[in-house]
Design a protein around this ligand. Structure first.
Ligand code: FPP
Length: 240
């Protein structure tokens, strides 16, 4: 599904300049902490706090879908100490944040293979997914143990198991993001300029925005600057 507006609409309606779906690759927690002579886990703590603030801000400015890359399939192979610290943060902050999501009548979806996560975390996310399923206007997607190639292979296998021949629309519906609009804008912090196995199918026509800021330092103003840059772009979706 693609809800992005064309350039003609942008000129006539300022609200149309706000992307419906923004996805964020939150890179740079480790380097941010290192530059302050602090452990990587401190960078993740500050990244977590920033993530929560940014999600609230994105809704405040009218974005309806926000996807954050919290843990890739590859991240799970980091030293056990770091992975445990990330899960510890998740346990500490998730329920409190989930309450805010529900208060804002927003849906929360997890993208990724949750079966490889600790069982208490699986229970926490299943509970909030089920409680928030009734909300349709806004959605936060948290990519956890997510990899786009795994997601695509999973969708192919689902179609094969069902004996279905797919087209672009039906294939999209088999992805973790099934039924949601594709991201209009993908932001990556932390200086690197690549997608790192994030939303490869869904990113087909996304605008890309790269920030040199490390994620814990990526402010609401920086996010607004990304939206402003997006609003200035002409999206043609392959047409003239
Ligand atoms: C990339 O920075 C960031 C991550 C691997 C994790 C992102 C997680 C959060 C923002 C916290 C919320 C999520 C959970 C699951 C608690 P990096 O460590 O690769 O930084 P570097 O490139 O500077 O080393």
């Amino acid at each position: 599904m693609n809800t992005a507006v064309d350039n003609k609409d942008k000129k006539t309606s300022p609200a149309a300049c706000v992307p419906a779906h923004v996805a964020i690759i939150m890179d740079g927690n480790g380097r941010w902490a290192k530059s302050r002579l602090m452990p990587r886990s401190y960078g993740h703590l500050k990244g977590m706090e920033r993530m929560i603030g940014l999600l609230e801000h994105a809704f405040d400015v009218g974005v309806r879908y926000v996807t954050v890359y919290a843990l890739s399939t590859e991240n799970l192979s980091r030293p056990k100490e770091e992975v445990d610290a990330l899960f510890g943060l998740f346990r500490k902050y998730f329920n409190e944040y989930a309450r805010k999501i529900i208060e804002r009548e927003s849906r929360l979806c997890i993208l990724g293979d949750v079966t490889a996560l600790p069982s208490d975390i699986q229970d926490m996310v299943a509970e909030i997914e089920s409680q928030s399923r009734r909300f349709e206007g806004r959605c936060v997607n948290i990519a956890l143990n997510y990899g786009a190639r795994d997601e695509i292979v999973r969708a192919v296998n689902l179609a094969a198991e069902r004996g279905e021949k797919v087209d672009k629309e039906s294939f999209s519906s088999l992805l973790y993001t099934g039924g949601q609009p594709d991201p209009d804008l993908i932001i990556r912090t932390g200086k690197e300029k690549r997608l790192s196995n994030f939303l490869l199918w869904q990113a087909a026509y996304a605008e890309l925005y790269f920030s040199d800021k490390m994620f814990p330092a990526f402010s609401d103003k920086d996010f607004d600057a990304a939206l402003k840059d997006y609003a200035s772009r002409e999206r043609r979706f392959g047409k003239v």
